[in-house]
Design a protein around this ligand. Structure first.
Ligand code: 4AD
Ligand code: MG
Length: 466
C-alpha cells in the first residue's frame, strides 16, 4: 500500500508514524549525494512539501540505481519513518528498498533545479505542474472549486449542468465560436447561395456557450436556487493577463431575489472560498506570500474581514472624473469602464473590493432589469484589487412586455428566445444571478499576474497547444 507524502510529513501524524514502515511513490526533486548516504527529496503532489528520503550506500543495487536517480525521475521507496536530526524537516524516510520507475535524462529534462520564467513554463505546460508554483496553483484551484460547491450546497442551491453547445448568444456580444460539421471546403448552399444550415448537424447555426445563465434561469424558475459551474468560451481577441478564450464560470441563479440578495450572495461567496483556501492550503499560501505576491495572506484576510464597498456606476464616474488621473480611455457618463478605471476605483480610491451597480442599460446585456429611471439597469459588477471585474451579474427582467420591447430595441428576436420568454409568461418571478470567473478567482487567491498561469492548459488567441 502506498502512503501519500502529505500524511507522512504532517507533524500531527508523527507520533504514530515513527518507527513504522511505509511505501512512498513520487518524483525526485533533488538528490544530494554524500559519501555514505544519499538524500533524496520526493514530491508526489499531495502537498507543497517534500519527503526527505535517506538512502544508505549499502542498499542492494545502489550503485546502478543512483545513476538513474535524477531530478524528475519517478520512484517507489519503502522504508521506516525516523525523526530527523535536520532543521528543515521533522521526519525522514530511511529507505530499505528503492526502485526507479522511470528515469529522466538530466541532459534533456527541462525542469532542472533553477527558477524558470512563467513564459518558458507555458511552453512546457505538460510538465509545469511539477514545479512548486504550478503544483500550489493546482491545489488552490482545487480547494476553490471544492469550496464553491460547499458554499452553494450549504445554502440549498442545486448544482445543475447547462449545455456547452447552444444556439443562443447569452451576452449578445457576438463573440462565439461556431460549432459545425459542415464541410468547410464545400459547405451545403441554399438556392440563394447562402450556407445551408439546415444541412448542419443541429439543423441551424450553433456555438460554444458564452454563459449558462439563460438555461440556469429556467431551472431557478422551478427549483428556486441553482448554480452551474462549467467551461465557457469567448472568441474575443483579447491578449490580456485576464482574458482566456476558454474559462470556467460559476453561475448561481436565485429565484424570488433582487439585486440586494444577489450582492449579499456574491460577497459572502467570495469571503467563504478565500477563508477556505487560507484554512486548508496554508503551505501553498505561505509560498505565494513569500515568492509570488508578498503580503497576499494579509490582503486576503482583510478582504474576508471587511464589508465590500458599494457605489453606483454614476457615482463611480464622478469619482473617476474628479480623480485628476490621466486615463488612456477618457471617462464620461455612458462609457464602458476599462480595466484602468476599475483598478483605480478598487485599488486607489476604495482600497477594497467594491460592488458597482446600476450601469447604463445600453452597456449591458438585454436580460438585465430596467430601472425606473429609464436609463440604467439593475446590474452589478464586483471589482477587486489587481484584477478589476471578478464577478458580473444582475437582477433579470421578469416583465415580459418590457423584455419583449427591449429585445427588439437591441436587435434580438424574442421569437428565437421563445422558451426564455415563456419563463416570463408562466409563473414569472423576480430573480437574479451572477457569473464569477473562476480563473480570476484563482488569480485573486494566489497573486499570479497572468490568467494563463492559473488554468492548466490555457487557450488564447493563437494558442491551443497541449
Ligand atoms: O460579465 P460576464 O460576461 O457575465 C456573464 O456572462 C453573465 N451571463 C453571468 C451571469 O450573470 N450568470 O462574465 C462573468 C465573469 C466576469 O466577471 C469575469 O470574471 C469572467 O466571467 N470572464 C472571463 N474570465 C476569463 N476570460 C474571459 N475572456 C472572461 N470573460 C468574462
Ligand atoms: Mg461583465
Amino acid at each position: 500500500m502506498r502512503t501519500k507524502v502529505k500524511f507522512l510529513i504532517d507533524p500531527n501524524n508523527i507520533p504514530k508514524t515513527v518507527g513504522n514502515e511505509y511505501t512512498v511513490k513520487g518524483w525526485v526533486k533533488t538528490v544530494r549525494d554524500q559519501k555514505t548516504f544519499t538524500f533524496i527529496e520526493i514530491n508526489d503532489g499531495s502537498c507543497f512539501g517534500n519527503l526527505q528520503v535517506i538512502a544508505d550506500a549499502n542498499l542492494p543495487d545502489f550503485k546502478a540505481m543512483i545513476a538513474k536517480l535524477t531530478t524528475g525521475a519517478s520512484v517507489a521507496v519503502t522504508g521506516v519513518i525516523i525523526e530527523s536530526p535536520g532543521q528543515n524537516q521533522h521526519i525522514e524516510l530511511r529507505a530499505q528498498s528503492l526502485k526507479v520507475l522511470g528515469g529522466a535524462d538530466p541532459e534533456s529534462y527541462p525542469l532542472q533545479k533553477k527558477r524558470h520564467s512563467f513564459e518558458f513554463l507555458r511552453t512546457i505546460a505538460h510538465l509545469r505542474p511539477r514545479t512548486n508554483t504550478f503544483g500550489a496553483v493546482a491545489r488552490v484551484r482545487n480547494a476553490l472549486a471544492f469550496a464553491t460547491h460547499a458554499f452553494f450546497q450549504s445554502r440549498g442551491f442545486l448544482y445543475i449542468n447547462t449545455p456547452i453547445i447552444t444556439a443562443a448568444d447569452c451576452e449578445g456580444a457576438g463573440q462565439m465560436f461556431q460549432v459545425t460539421t459542415l464541410d468547410l471546403k464545400a459547405p451545403a448552399k441554399t438556392k440563394e447561395g447562402a450556407i445551408d444550415y439546415a444541412q448542419d448537424f443541429f439543423g441551424k447555426p450553433t456555438y460554444l456557450t458564452v454563459s449558462g445563465q439563460l438555461n440556469g434561469e429556467s431551472y431557478a424558475c422551478a427549483l428556486s436556487d441553482v448554480y452551474t459551474f462549467g467551461p465557457t468560451f469567448r472568441a474575443e481577441n483579447s491578449n490580456t493577463a485576464r482574458h482566456l478564450a476558454e474559462f470556467w464560470m460559476i453561475e448561481p441563479e436565485l429565484a424570488f431575489a433582487d439585486l440586494q440578495d444577489n450582492m449579499e450572495c456574491a460577497e459572502t461567496y467570495i469571503k467563504y472560498i478565500l477563508k477556505y483556501v487560507l484554512e486548508t492550503c496554508p503551505d501553498d499560501m505561505k509560498f505565494f506570500n513569500q515568492y509570488i505576491e508578498p503580503g497576499i495572506i494579509e490582503r486576503l484576510e482583510k478582504v474576508i474581514n471587511t464589508p465590500f464597498e458599494h457605489a453606483t456606476y454614476t457615482y463611480a464616474i464622478r469619482i473617476l472624473e474628479k480623480s485628476g488621473k490621466k486615463f488612456e480611455f477618457p471617462v464620461s457618463w455612458g462609457v464602458d469602464l476599462q480595466s484602468e478605471h476599475e483598478r483605480y476605483l478598487t485599488e486607489e480610491f476604495f482600497q477594497k473590493p467594491v460592488i458597482l451597480t446600476d450601469y447604463p442599460r445600453k452597456l449591458k446585456a438585454f436580460y438585465m432589469r430596467d430601472n425606473s429611471d429609464g436609463k440604467t439597469v439593475a446590474a452589478m459588477d464586483v471589482l477587486v484589487p489587481k484584477i478589476g471585474e471578478i464577478i458580473g451579474g444582475s437582477q433579470r427582467e421578469e416583465r415580459i412586455d418590457v423584455l419583449d420591447k427591449k429585445m427588439r430595441e437591441f436587435g434580438l428576436s424574442p421569437e428565437s428566445y421563445w422558451w426564455y420568454m415563456e419563463l416570463r409568461k408562466y409563473g414569472s418571478v423576480p430573480h437574479a444571478g451572477f457569473g464569477a470567473g473562476f480563473e480570476r478567482l484563482v488569480q485573486f487567491a494566489t497573486g499570479l499576474d497572468n490568467i494563463r498561469d492559473v488554468i492548466p492548459f490555457p487557450r488564447f488567441p493563437g494558442k491551443a497547444d497541449f
